[in-house]
Design a protein around this ligand. Structure first.
Ligand SMILES: NC(=O)c1ccc[n+]([C@@H]2O[C@H](COP(=O)([O-])OP(=O)(O)OC[C@H]3O[C@@H](n4cnc5c(N)ncnc54)[C@H](O)[C@@H]3O)[C@@H](O)[C@H]2O)c1
Length: 369
């Protein structure tokens, strides 16, 4: 392993000072003078609070600060709510209107059809708005078809409000699928293709997280979590890629991972989710390589803590958790779903034509520290 010259000199000097008397008689003038300060590694000060807090210290030696901000807390248990307790997700306003500022044409998604899984609410719904505002037609696919239909309707109404006088409205449709079920995925893909004629882009946003400590994680919940987050992303990505290959058409896919695929969140324990999102990120890289020759790009977006209706509800009920999360974000605040509009449009559009297999972190710098 690399050792800087100064360290080598210091070690040499220490050896000189501790060697046997016969050798110690050797003249020392050829040694380069170095600092005579006792190296820090040699220090064994039992009162030094930093020394106490090293891994050499017995458990508890560093008092209540030991690992305080870097450990999971098994008492944090958050279950994914059922539909009856799910807060509604409004479509966002004032972001999608026609504008007359110069913008690079490559960012446009005009004449494209984009399928967004999990688009009925949350991040998927707001990304859908960004995609429609950028010119694409849209198919929302969700487990909750009723909510998907309602969101599709509201999305078009909002678009109309922000673009008065526009003659041609975007074609936005809603479809049912359980993304973790291959048959359901195939049915949804056929339905979307029959309604829109084709699919050019895919965003896999269907996914969820829950918090249980690893040892007590209910096994059926863990399987469900992996089924939706991992299998769901896999099944839709391969289904859309197959369709693009059959058409011999280029395409672009964005898979929604999470910063949790790169770091371990604290304090809430969520081992299966973290592993699932790491899998999503690496699936995107693997698909990117497999399909590069067919002009199909696959990238991943890894959001940090985003303030959706659901996270807002959870954090309103757990203000301590909110404070801990925010204290760990260099930007000093959580993201809002609108922060993903530009990121997803960029990765779907020709503006990112030579980008494939990338992981775009939209996390306010969380994963940097
Ligand atoms: N909100 C955040 O802070 C955050 C951070 C990082 C990553 N993410 C990821 O972003 C994605 C969207 O999260 P969100 O916060 O918008 O969640 P959300 O719960 O608000 O929305 C998820 C949507 O997916 C749908 N869905 C769930 N299971 C499904 C299934 N089996 N088949 C089809 N649809 C299904 C739900 O009905 C819902 O409409 C998820 O993959 C999540 O892991 C979220």
């Amino acid at each position: 392993m690399f050792r800087p010259a100064v360290t080598r000199q210091a070690v040499k000097a220490l050896n000189q000072s501790t060697r046997p008397a016969a050798l110690a008689a050797t003249p020392r003038h050829f040694l380069r003078p170095i600092s005579t300060t006792v190296p820090r590694a040699q220090k064994d000060d039992k009162e030094d609070p930093f020394a106490k807090a090293t891994t050499k210290a017995p458990e508890g030696a560093a008092g209540e600060h030991e690992g305080k901000y870097a450990r999971t807390d098994e008492s944090v248990v958050i279950e994914y709510p059922d539909d009856a307790h799910m807060p509604p997700s409004p479509v966002v306003q004032g972001r999608g209107g026609m504008h007359f500022k110069r913008t690079l044409a490559q960012f446009s998604l005009e004449n494209r059809v984009t399928l967004v899984t999990g688009g009925a609410r949350g991040l998927g719904l707001v990304m859908s708005q960004g995609i429609v505002a950028s010119g694409s037609n849209l198919a929302i696919v969700d487990l909750n078809k009723e909510e998907a239909e309602d969101s599709a309707k509201k999305l078009v109404e909002q678009f109309q409000k922000e673009n008065p006088g526009l003659e041609e409205l975007p074609n936005v449709t809603a479809h049912y699928a359980d993304v973790s079920n291959p048959e359901s995925v195939n049915n949804a893909l056929s339905e979307v293709i029959s309604k829109h004629g084709k699919i050019d882009h895919l965003v896999t946003s269907a996914g969820f997280t829950e918090n249980f400590d690893a040892i007590n994680y209910p096994y059926d919940r863990m399987q469900k979590l992996w089924g939706v987050n991992v299998d769901g992303s896999y099944l839709f990505a391969t289904g859309v890629a197959k369709h693009l290959m059959e058409r011999k058409a280029p395409g672009s896919i964005v898979m929604i991972g999470s910063m949790s695929g790169a770091i371990v969140n604290v304090p809430q324990p969520q081992a299966p989710y973290n592993a699932a999102k790491a899998a999503v990120r690496h699936l995107a890289s693997s698909f990117a390589v497999e399909w590069a020759g067919q002009d199909i790009r696959v990238n991943c977006i890894s959001p940090g803590y985003m303030l959706t209706a659901l996270t807002r509800k959870i954090l309103d009920e757990n203000p301590d958790l909110r404070d801990k999360w925010i204290s760990l974000i260099p930007a000093g605040k959580m993201g809002v779903p609108e922060d993903l509009m530009g990121a997803v449009t960029f990765l779907l559009s020709d503006a990112s034509k030579y980008i494939t297999g990338a992981d775009l972190r939209v996390d306010g710098g969380y994963t940097l520290t």
